[in-house]
Design a protein around this ligand. Structure first.
Ligand SMILES: NC(=O)c1ccc[n+]([C@@H]2O[C@H](COP(=O)([O-])OP(=O)(O)OC[C@H]3O[C@@H](n4cnc5c(N)ncnc54)[C@H](OP(=O)(O)O)[C@@H]3O)[C@@H](O)[C@H]2O)c1
Length: 248
């Protein structure tokens, strides 16, 4: 009898345990969200700032420079989850790529890197200004910032992100996972055409210490482009949704 009941009890215990494990999974997944590898092209003000916030959250980040050796002090300060490489190496490394270079460099970047970026989730921080970007600024005025970026990175799963404020604001608001910001986490407007890429971008915005607000498809990135009324708001997600007329 006894030898017959013990395996049944064990089977019951295993079934119960797997049920409990399954029900605990979503909570665990939220507590420990997946960390991915991120390639950051352009480790200047914005790339250095947002990339560092990702490293502090536990992501592995490769910061790219045309002269990677110049990034050694920053990498040493950030520790083992940070490394330096060339733009090509950062694209290969990254499950997602963050582009943070002057907009006027996009045509050159496109020649060198567009084929490697095709198929990748690419978060695009670039803004075009008349003074700095000349002809590229005119192109953006004519066609829109999302359409212009998509032209230079054909086939990339592009999401506009971290465009609408200064890097010093991001550094302060995103510190300590955004927890120290009075009034709640700062919202980051994002726009993209690929739902899966938007999903990845939303997660990365959260991991940097902000709340994402999906404004719409790539063409709607103009709603928070530099000089637009949607630019420069230090707002929470509900406040930003209201300012951009997105409803609740
Ligand atoms: N600064 C901000 O507050 C802010 C906020 C939102 C959006 N943005 C936008 O983000 C972009 C970057 O701005 P930033 O202020 O971070 O500029 P930045 O400090 O000058 O850094 C840009 C980096 O891009 C790299 N770079 C320049 N030309 C390149 C090229 N042809 N190919 C590859 N890499 C190149 C440079 O790295 P190496 O020389 O080491 O290769 C440089 O470190 C701009 O489009 C800007 O409008 C900036």
């Amino acid at each position: 009898m006894r030898s017959d009941r013990t395996p049944r009890r064990a089977a019951l215990a295993i079934a119960l345990a797997s049920l409990l494990t399954a029900s605990a999974m979503p909570a665990l997944a939220q507590e420990h969200p997946k960390k991915i590898r991120i390639g950051v092209i352009g480790a200047g003000n914005i790339g250095g700032t947002i990339g560092s916030l990702w490293v502090k959250d536990g992501h592995e980040v490769m910061f790219a420079s045309r002269h990677p050796e110049t990034l050694a002090p920053m990498i040493a300060e950030l520790g083992p989850k940070a490394r330096a490489g060339t733009p090509e190496e950062a694209i290969t490394f990254g499950d997602a790529v963050f582009v943070a270079v002057p907009y006027k460099a996009y045509p050159d970047l496109s020649k060198d890197l567009a084929s490697s970026l095709a198929g990748k989730v690419v978060l695009d921080a670039g803004n075009a200004t008349q003074k700095r970007d000349g002809a590229l600024f005119d192109e953006v005025q004519a066609n829109g910032i999302g359409t212009t970026s998509a032209k230079y990175f054909p086939g990339a799963k592009l999401v506009r992100a971290f465009n609408a404020a200064n890097y010093k604001i991001f550094a302060k608001a995103g510190a300590n996972g955004g927890k120290d910001r009075p009034g709640g986490r700062m919202a980051i407007p994002i726009a993209g055409d690929d739902p899966a890429a938007l999903n990845v971008a939303e997660g990365l915005v959260r991991d940097a210490g902000f709340d994402p607000v999906v404004v719409g498809p790539l063409k709607d990135a103009d709603k928070f482009a530099i000089t637009s009324p949607g630019f420069g708001h230090e707002a929470t997600a509900p406040e930003l949704r209201e300012k951009l007329g997105l409803g609740k």
